[in-house]
Design a protein around this ligand. Sequence first.
Ligand code: SF4
Ligand code: SF4
Length: 507
Amino acid sequence: MVQVINTVDSSEVDKHDVAAVNKAENRPMYASRVKIHPKAGAGTFRRLKWILVFVLLGIYYISPWLRWDRPGNAPDQAILIDLANRRFYFFFIEIWPQEFYYIAGLLIMAGVGLFLVTSLVGRAWCGYACPQTVWTDLYIWVESKVEGDRNARIRLDAAPWSVSKISKRVIKMAIWLVIAIATGGFWVFYFADAPTLLHQLVTGQAAPVAYFTIAILTATTFTFAGFMREQVCTYMCPWPRIQGAMLDEESLIVTYNAWRGEPRHAGRKKAEAQGLKVGDCVDCNACVAVCPMGIDIRDGNQLECINCALCIDACDTVMDKIGRPKGLINYTTSSLYNANVAGKNEHWNASHLLRPRTAIYFTVWAAVGIAMLVTLINRSQLDVNVVPDRNPLFVQLSDGAIRNGYTVKILNQKQELRTFRLLIDGLKGATMEMVGEEGAPREVVEIAVEPDKLKAVKIYVSTADHDVLKHGKSEFTFRVEELNVTGEPETAMEQTVFHAPDNDEED
Ligand code: SF4
Ligand code: SF4
């Protein structure tokens, strides 16, 4: 992890560093939790966080109710993970099980995107978009509306049980429970038609797994956002440990500028009057009071810090009040911090974003995205798969011809009935018979496939061609062509092998 507080020339900053290091080293390995009562914040970053809470929860709760008109019997839910039929629907995109690479691609993009964001702006994911942060923000907001802000909550915690305390706790937990049930409830709507499932849930007709999933998610939301909060980030989530590998000297992270703030004085004016050297920090603890992780950013960069920047808002308000420039706590890089400690008045600019690490992350992220987009645009909605019979490999007919059997599977990924013709390329004299269909052997077989279905047919391929038979084993191709279409017909091909007597012992 990048250590922002470095050994520098300034003796005051040195003292601060030593204090921070000592404090970190003296921490016990195990300590009981001290409950945190974050103060309601206000400012640019708080507003940004509320916007993100609103947008992200809006997306989560509204998405299952969006409809998307699809032809045929396909579901009309815009976003649906249809486990029963093994399909994933996302507006106009339908992903089949064999196209799982799209999901894998999205996961790779999400992972590399997280690396990129972390290398640029530290734990922005943790501070703004992680579900644990978003739901905890919402729960703390409910708590502050019911029980009051930080000081009122501290007093209420310390107060003996009374009707007022019990009723506040009951109201708070009832609202938490409603949010938790909604969280679990809306999750299952992504896996079935939402209006139908809602009716089934209310009338007790839904599958037990739906109730079980809701119960699990309700319990985890209620516990994690209501009670465990910062402990989930600090002790349960592996990301704080991993993210250190993504940060470098140019990553923007929330930093207390000790070179400007130290030596801190609660009575700044008095200290100035006494001729003492004073920094900008007035030791008001406003930054500590708003911190949802319960840490003091002035102790340096810490594992617990989720980079939510609420301490920046709090300190900027204080700086405004005492007539000092904002930014005593700000987003800065380790290299800029060290430059300022050394007396160089340097400022961040966009060139800090472009570094080998970020260029590599962005290139990988963009390459995966472009590759997925190209394959998505050019994806075929027809697929063919051929499985040759293994036993027997071939049969000799009374006229001397050799016959092989194949199971040909044609996948129609469109929501409409389609007719295809099956042909053979590269096998001289070959004719086909489709099991279950009358008629003489022929060179073309027509097959109709239901919308959104896979059809398997048994095909016998025969040939008496001397050139083919003398080789023992010949490769050829089954070609499937779409019929009766106005535009460009889709085709699909699959190579396979024709076996004749000569070399069959090799197989
Ligand atoms: S120290 Fe500041 S940025 Fe870090 S978690 Fe606390 S309030 Fe958020
Ligand atoms: S809010 Fe600013 S001035 Fe107040 S203690 Fe924190 S860093 Fe110092």
